[in-house]
Design a protein around this ligand. Sequence first.
Ligand code: IVH
Length: 682
Amino acid sequence: MAKVKGASPPPRDIIAEVERLRKAIEHHNYRYYVLDSPEISDAEFDRLFRRLAELEEKYPELITPSSPTQRVGAAPLDKFATVRHSTPMLSLSNVLSETELEEFDERVRRFLKMAGPIEYVAEPKLDGLAVEVVYEHGRLAVGSTRGDGITGEDVTANLRTIRSLPLELMRPPGVPAPPEHLEARGEVILAKEAFAALNAEREARGEPIFANPRNAAAGSLRQLDPRITAARPLDIYFHSAGAISGRVFRTHWEFLETIRAWGLKTNRENALCRGVEEVADYYRTMAAKRAALPYEIDGVVVKVNEIALQERLGQISRSPRWATAYKFKPERAVSRIKAIVPSVGRIGTVTPVAELEPVRVGGVTVRSASLHNMDEVERKDIRIGDTVVVERAGDVIPYIAEVLKEKRTGKERKFKMPSRCPVCDARVVREEGEAAYRCIGANCPAKLKEAIKHFASKGAMDIDGLGEKLVGQLVDRKLVKDFSDLFRLDHETLAGLDRLADKSADNLLRALEGSKKPQLARFIVALGIPLVGEHVARLLAEEFGDIRSLARADEARLLAIRGIGPEVARSVLQFFAEPQNTQVIERLLEAGIRPVKPAKGAAKGALSGKSLVLTGALDSMSREEATRRIVECGGRVTSSVSAKTDYVVVGKEPGSKLAKAKKLGVPTIDEARLLALLEERA
Ligand code: IVH
């Protein structure tokens, strides 16, 4: 604790309260972020946090570096310092089939001269960024990236912003106290949902999107400004040990259980397996579960459980003999780039897209792949005519993994970004410091098409039947010049379009009619204001209550909203300062759109305040959509079942969560019941 400065020292009861608050906040952080089983509401948590911040402001001498208020404190760096790992961070050998897995097991048993089955720990192989954290006397001292395994970068300030990472280890009764020196290694990840939200935000901002959650996690952790990292909901799972003073663990499993009790998050899916057959079963289970997991995994890791056996096995070159990675087969195929075409997005970003000879990858036919931006094209040296490897990893959209340069014939051509928009012929510019090129044409039809698709999308006005082709025709034939024209379409006009059956025209008109009373927040999303996604839209809707008041908002009032910063405020002001935009809104209101005011406080639906867990696949919507709709109704979606879970939603091929729900007596509901609850609003 800092020396007492100035006049009188803080009163004793204040010191005691500060300590009590810190303990409580750490405990609830652990329940929420590590165990995924909160005991108090977010509001109660906020209250504790605010009280602590208030006392610390009044008595700054009480602030300690590991106070929960001190996660984001450090100033931006010029560059990262390097950290030498006290023992090298090894990599893992791979097996690619069940036969190879069996061979691994045979090698282990031969080496140890053991006939019987070996006990293994099987774990998901998280697709993130490997890091090491060091705790000295129970306090987080240093955190670093793996780097080349010998030295990495000091990312302590950024790691401190990860809520699931304790700044101080816990000392629960019945568990040995943390050692003086503890090095734990794990994986920093960004959950699938957070990844999608981050990319949507970046797209709205005209920034290049991340190709996969791994890159996004790596990019977020390697920020020189910890405030940027703090805004990304990173998570961390621990999976192995570095040097540890004093105490030795008998098994890897015991290590995992103990560090979890100290507050370090470990994966719930880890399993003890007796013998290699159980490992093979585990692999199959995880492969089936993969899509339903909230984070990306690219295989499973198998480890000999007993540490004494691990030590006997030792390592060869840079990998341990006692562990291996059994990776899922990457879904990949070879194709050829027929052309690279610039494609214009909603806010005018011009993205190079590779048109491919159609190829099947993991069950879907891929015809094109985004090349993201020119930096990417140049870095990978992708050319028209190149033979390339197309890959799909898990849920991730297909991408060019590799250029097969040895297949080049000399006829390949480099792609150049056009200086004029391929759609409207306006100038294409690259702004200082940005990777993206942008069309500056105010009336670019390509922008309008994308804007309409966004307007009609599920998280916005949710208008069914407005597909790519139809939107294209409506814009090209100048039937729709702004959003409001959609609501002036009639049967005759629609029936005159290519390949639009009578029935589809009717369905579309019905969908348009049915969309006229959107929640105000969705209406705001639909307008496509840069930087305004679902979350910000909800804040704006709650604050302003109707669209005209929002349009008249001034900067001070926007900035007074918790969760809205200067960049977002500027973007909102800029949007409404443009007369074209306010005119479109007026025209929408004239066309009969009546945004619905949000209920005060939390949405009062049947799901308000309820905690739900999803297991298995749903028919009518994706996991992401189900989560969004539950949250809109005031509910919460968590990833594991506890006694506090209100409902477990059971879809097709449910996982172990169903068994857990039964064991704990948590009510289960099916998809139909979920849909009914989503509709029920007070
Ligand atoms: S154990 C000596 N367990 O995969 C063993 N690694 O090629 C050290 N990884 O960079 C690693 N999930 O960060 C282990 N459950 C898991 C893992 C895991 C992901 C990463 C790890 C390392 C790479 C190994």
